[in-house]
Design a protein around this ligand. Sequence first.
Ligand code: SF4
Length: 182
Amino acid sequence: MTKATAKSPWVVHVNCNSCNGCDIEFLACLTPMYDAERFGVLHIGTPKHADIMVVTGSVNNRNARVLRNLYEQMPSPKVVVAMGVCPATGGIFADGYNVIGGAEKVVPVDVFVPGCPPRPEAMLDGILEGVKILEGKRRNSATVKPVRRIKIVRPAPAPAPAEPAPAAAAPVPEPVKEEASC
Ligand code: SF4
């Protein structure tokens, strides 16, 4: 199963209050012109089946909880790719009263793709970098052996050997009486 899914990552896209510049470029990656599917990348609408989360936009107080909630619904191992400067630092919205200054404050980001917006080629590079990280995480998780709980059953102690019975005392021979002769 791990081998079969290693080369075909499913990607979920989360828009955290972006200006839509990054989102339009990301959509271009999925078109036949840039054709992300040639790398096995499939864009899906649910985090429950996704391997990679693509985050765009400056994360703010309002959508941080939603981002965290979507991340927690993804099965492990998983990778987060931040597209553009907005999810890296807040970008041009960094001084906003409700901007928290980067997606990393809410979810662990594995790959940052710089640009405002990044070119589709850079986005594809970022996703392929995420695929490598995902493979590494899968390999590491496969080598971790589950801890087995072993119940130790100790045998009951063997009974102590019986004490040897004391030897019976030898019978004392009775003295032979001599019969008086007449
Ligand atoms: S990085 Fe630039 S293009 Fe992308 S969401 Fe932010 S402001 Fe828009």
